[in-house]
Write a protein that binds this ligand. Structure first.
Ligand code: SF4
Length: 160
């Protein structure tokens, strides 16, 4: 499994500090894809188990979640990485362009984002989006956490 980058991200999983691995080899080719550098399997560099464990050790105490942007196409590798994260008491999340993933993967996931990118429907912050952010244990759709709140307009009285 090759990864393009590993970043600390704050918005992709609400209320969590996530270490995010962007995995190469996505075959979906969504129109308007924001990350075409993830299409080629050979891009990036190998994410070996030892490298992965080093990352988790480096960020121990600083992160609360491990997030994979793709990787479900290397099912057993991803499953192993998720299990390692869970054993270290980290929450887990997968962003996939598919509409579902295996029960085995879901059994190791705290959250799952499903759905291909469709520029006409928008992402999780759009109420018309085809994408779903799901709490796996309850199957609850948590998209509302991404929708900007509408603040009531406060009509201030002019100063006297
Ligand atoms: S699933 Fe994500 S990375 Fe893959 S083609 Fe679609 S937008 Fe790009």
């Amino acid at each position: 499994m090759n990864y393009y980058k590993a970043d600390i991200v704050l918005q992709e999983v609400p209320n969590e500090i996530s270490l995010c691995f962007s995995i190469c080899g996505c075959t979906l080719r969504c129109q308007g894809c924001h990350s075409p550098f993830l299409w080629k399997t050979e891009n990036g560099k190998p994410l070996r188990e030892a490298d992965y464990k080093l990352y988790l050790s480096k960020y121990h105490g600083l992160i609360s979640c491990v997030l994979f942007m793709g990787g479900e196409w290397e099912h057993d590798n991803l499953l192993n990485f998720l299990k390692i994260a869970r054993k270290r008491n980290l929450k887990t999340c997968l962003y996939t362009g598919l509409d579902d993933v295996s029960e085995a993967l879901k059994s190791e996931l705290t959250w799952l984002k499903t759905g291909a990118w469709n520029p006409e429907l928008g992402g999780l912050n759009n109420i018309s989006s085809n994408q779903k952010f799901i709490e796996v244990s309850t199957k609850k759709n948590l998209n509302h956490l991404f929708i900007p709140r509408h603040h009531d307009q406060i009509n201030k009285q002019p100063n006297q």
